[in-house]
Design a protein around this ligand. Sequence first.
Ligand code: SAT
Ligand code: MN
Length: 593
Amino acid sequence: MADVSANVTIDSIMGRNGLEKWIDACVQLTKPAKIRWCTGSKEESNEFISEMLASGELVQLNPETYPNCYLHRSNPNDVARTEKVTFICTPTRDGAGPTNNWMSPENAAENVLPLFKNAMNGRTMYIIPYLMGAPDSPFAIAGVEITDSLYVVENMRIMTRIGNTALEHIRRTGKFSPGLHSLGDVNPDKRFIMHFPEDRAVWSIGSGYGGNALLGKKCLALRIGSNIGRNDGWMAEHMLILGMEDPQGNITYMAAAFPSACGKTNLAMLIPPEIQKNYKIWTVGDDIAWMRIGEDGRLWATNPEAGFFGVAPGTSYDTNPNAMDTSHSNSIFTNVALTQKNEPWWEGMTPTPPDGLIDWQNRPWNPENGPAAHPNSRFTAPTSQCPNLSPHYNDPKGVPISAIIFGGRRAHVAPLVYQSLSWNHGVYVGASVGSETTAAAEGKVGMVRRDPMAMLPFCGYNMADYFGHWVEMGKNIPNPPKIFHVNWFRKSADGKFLWPGFGENIRVLRWIAERANGRGEAVATPIGYMPANGALDLTGLQISDEAMAELTSIHKDEWLAETEDTGVFLNQFGDRLPAEIRAEFAAQKQRLS
Ligand code: SAT
Ligand code: MN
């Protein structure tokens, strides 16, 4: 390795020589002024928050209406995940595959590691042991994040189980994911999010933003986690988990993958409209699912997180009352606007903006400067505060999944709901997911891109092998979930959403549950099974027959073009693409022509 520091070896900085040696190496490299182990205690949190209030890193929100809630404003150059500078560092380029940025571990050591040199000069290094998953769960995986950002510490405290529980787990198992994070000088040109699957290691520099800096989430639970899952025969997925209880008290559990900022949190926390009130949704998770084959031959899912990092804009007491209630205390708001009453506000929270707003950049709000809250502004809130939290949220073995749902944001093409013809066809459906880009990642918003299983930015290895892992899992699950695709975002010719969405989505979930449980009427189409006439309960819904017809229509020309586009995407994997996926692609094309 280049002359990073005489005492820092690759083995030690990768954590190969254990926790103590890794921490020593990080200290040698970053040269912090102080070192602070995080225990997870309430006192520690109070102290850190006081410190951030004093420095201006946090603003206290109205303690009467939002007790223990704070506003954080990011550097305006650092408000979303940066996919362009996110790398998978496998020994060969093929290991990362054509959809990931790749850098060799040697190149990373040579060119990225030096950015950490003296990066914590004059700053405090916080050492955060954390656990993803319930402490007594066979799913649980421990990590240690080293960071120089107190904002990261307080977000990790909400999003994961930090402190001594995690440390005990590490001492017991001898395993941890070493994650080194520094804000550096928050310079987009020196920003890198590096993953080393062989060592479970992550280096992140130059960003304090959510998915870039809270290393338990996308970095460990998905990119590193997907590698661990492939090797150990389970799945790490970008999925919400919910349970739908029917009037007889039966609960059907479902896992759903949508890209970032496409409504996973809203669906996970859904409250049915009055007329469907004898159905109830239980939230298990809103972003990540780890799924294993249970002894009973079903697929069981757990949510490894302890908090929600939800998109604020559009969240309201109309669209998602559970999220509003969850984040009304003990929460951190990032890049939202501030009202005169010292309360958070964002577009869509109320029909009209209150007077005298301060925008997310701390300026009196002027609509000419854009929205008051950043489109990717967020709330970080404890899962435990969710009013409809499933009693099985902490269950070490998770919940049994009967339906897997894929979806995206599509103004055209994709109908409201369809079911795959088989597991492998379902894997093809997942692999072909297209979605319009959102503000959750940097880049242009609203462009349709292929985002297989909503994992394009999060799959930590060659996506062809990931499809292969799905096919393999299908062979090994005696009683696999049924696979579906939904689209809440279809628009009419005049650009209006055709489906009301939100609570009304219960109607679609009901059909999915019926199908998953071997009931529910369907008709076969070239792309899969669709609800038969009358199979969706539309009682009391104000929707025209024309809108329903468009929502459930399949335009052949559009679908042929869609399939061609999927083919172009899949072709980039060459011979590595599993034969099963190639066969499903060919069969779908055949059915359409
Ligand atoms: O910023 S995060 O990656 O944590 C949220 C998201 O984009 O899904
Ligand atoms: Mn996500």
